[in-house]
Design a binder for this molecule. Structure first.
Ligand code: ARG
Length: 587
């Protein structure tokens, strides 16, 4: 599995070598190469260098060009403007590099230089509660990061930190004790929907009694104490809520075409045994102090509106542990037991202050240090078409399953419309409708920068034009269709052929795949991969307009074009797979 250096890095290296040969006094200066419209690449680095060396930039640039040995990669280097270099690559080098990519199952994408272990915290809904669009975002973005990181050779441990603990369980369990048949299923195989409606009903009913009957409230409070003490029967009932919720979670994840594994679900309750110790360590080290009975960590830069410091509360004055104690214990577990070098949290931006305080606390006590870092991949709010937080007209949170069903329904209509042209049977229409609909939801989420709020607009999401997954899926299917129709002609690289401008543009973009993946893995920005793929499909559209494939002029040209589109299809397929989106063969 050879990683293939991109032409950009190849050119960058040649220029850097020429720079230090021509201007040894410059040390190791960066030629600052980037893609350009005027040539293939432009290098601007000589301008800053000339300033530093107090030389004439055009003269220095000319010297650098002269220092480049004859080679078959650089076709033309022109000194332009105040001292830029405009660089054109040979057609031969483009095709040869792409051929090397095509020969590799990983398309030449490099492995990370120093892979580590990332524990990623994502897809973390709450037990006995409906999932909302925020949970969808965490799941979609997190799953993409898992694929991307694993592809670069990182070891990834998944953690679904579900909300499965807290005082509300006292109320729920007490109610269930008093109404024992409330969680029974109608049939023996429960659907996710039925599970959720049971839980919802129970939640509402117990809440109503809790609010109106002080004696029940008392019993519920005592039940919390039993639960925390690990009393056997209470725990067994709690487990029923967790199991019931999991039926529901799994049904949503399955709709999302996403694999979630039971051993990776380690909810808040999974850290119960560590909480006392976590508090003891924090208190003994002086990182946390008692304040009005509560165990707190203070920060100079975290103050409330009244100017008073707002602490992170690790233990409440009544002895109870909250969200922070659990997260701090989870850090200890992930670093000390799972061997994490990176902790990645895919969590709503509205929890950023919490994580800032938790990470800082962990750093102060040394659980995080130079060898282990923690990062929140924070995401913004999902908005409705009206630009307000996504709610139903009645102001309730939108049921995720309804939303996904609707996306699939609309996508199926889009697919069905073209079914004859694509030669699809009824089963394929159903299957593709699902892949297109779910892909649309995922892509809409992944194609905007995570921190930004985004509008949930199904019409836009399943549109065939524009920056949508359907557009990318069609690009893929169209290539596959041409390849099926190619008869005896096989994709084959012909470096001796001259390339048309649209072929060069497509080729140079294909060559950027490895660098894009590496960058996205390092910066946790899957939207840059989505943007890359969209541009790839756009280059392909231009290529089709300008370059006939099966009707190209010579057999060699047919083969070379088949080679180009075949590599494009593989790149689209791999890129979409990293985003968790399927690419049907016919559409
Ligand atoms: N369950 C939480 C919620 O619904 C998200 C959990 C995030 N992860 C964590 N380690 N705190 O908001």
């Amino acid at each position: 599995m050879a990683s293939v250096p991109s032409l950009a890095s190849n050119v960058q290296q040649r220029l850097a070598d020429a720079l230090s040969a021509a201007l040894p006094e410059a040390g190791s200066a960066d030629p600052l190469l980037r893609r350009s419209d005027r040539a293939d690449f432009q290098a601007n680095g000589i301008l800053a260098l000339a300033k530093r060396l107090k030389g004439n930039p055009r003269e220095l640039a000319t010297k650098v060009v002269e220092a480049i040995p004859a080679n078959d990669v650089l076709k033309e280097i022109e000194v332009s403007g105040p001292g830029f270099l405009n660089i054109t690559i040979t057609d031969e080098a483009i095709v040869k590099t792409l051929a090397a990519r095509a020969a590799d199952a990983r398309l030449g994408v490099p492995h990370a230089e120093k892979p580590g272990t990332t524990v990623i915290d994502y897809a973390q809904p709450n037990v006995a509660k409906e999932m909302h669009v925020g949970h969808l975002r965490s799941a979609v973005i997190g799953a993409a990061m898992v694929e991307i990181l694993e592809f670069t050779g990182e070891k990834v441990v998944r953690r679904h930190h579900i909300g499965d603990w807290g005082t509300q369980f006292g109320m729920l369990i007490q109610y269930l004790i008093e109404h024992p048949h409330e969680l029974d299923h109608k049939a023996d195989s429960a659907s996710g929907e039925e599970a959720m409606s049971n839980l919802n009903r129970l939640y509402k009913a117990s809440r109503a009694v809790f609010d109106s009957d002080p004696e029940f409230k008392d019993r519920a409070r005592r039940r919390v104490v039993d639960l925390q003490a690990g009393e056997k029967d209470t725990l067994a009932l709690w487990q029923r809520f967790v199991d019931e919720s999991k039926i529901y979670f799994y049904s949503v994840f399955e709709k999302l075409d996403m694999e979630i594994n039971d051993p990776d679900i380690v909810g808040e309750s999974g850290y119960n045994d560590m909480l006392v110790e976590t508090c003891r360590l924090l208190e003994e080290s002086g990182v946390a102090v008692r304040s009005n009975g509560a165990l707190c960590v203070f920060f100079d830069d975290v103050k409330g509106p009244d100017g008073n410091p707002v602490p992170l509360i690790v233990q409440k004055s009544d002895g109870g542990f909250g969200y922070a104690a659990t997260d701090l214990s989870a850090i200890r577990d992930r670093v000390q037991n799972l061997g994490a070098t990176t902790l990645l949290y895919v969590v709503d931006a509205r929890q950023s202050l919490h994580f800032k305080m938790v990470f800082e606390t962990a750093r102060r006590i040394g659980w995080l240090n130079d060898d282990v870092r923690a990062v929140q991949l924070a995401f913004g709010t999902v908005l409705g078409k009206d630009g307000k937080p996504f709610k139903t007209r009645e102001g309730e949170t939108v049921r995720l399953e309804d939303l996904l069903d609707e996306a699939v329904e609309r996508a199926t209509a889009v697919v069905a419309e073209k079914k004859d042209k694509a030669g699809l049977g009824d089963e394929e229409v159903v299957e593709n409708g699902r892949y297109v609909g779910i892909g649309a939801v995922k892509y809409a989420d992944l194609s905007t920068s995570a921190v930004r709020d985004y509008k949930f607009d199904l019409d836009q999401m399943v549109s065939l034009n524009g920056d949508t997954s359907v557009y990318l899926q069609y690009a893929y299917a169209r290539i596959r269709s041409i390849l099926r129709k190619s008869g005896d002609a096989r994709p084959a690289a012909h470096p001796e052929l001259a390339l048309a401008p649209a072929e060069r543009a497509l080729g140079l973009h294909l060559d950027q795949f490895g660098e894009t993946v590496a960058e996205v893995a390092a910066s946790y920005e899957p939207h840059k991969l989505a943007a890359y793929l969209y541009q790839l499909a756009s280059h392909l559209t231009t290529f089709y307009d300008q370059c006939p494939v099966l009707k190209a002029e010579t057999p060699a040209q047919v083969e070379n074009r088949l080679f180009l589109i075949d590599l494009t299809a593989r790149t689209l397929d791999q890129g979409m797979a990293l985003l968790g989106i399927r690419t049907p063969e016919r559409l």
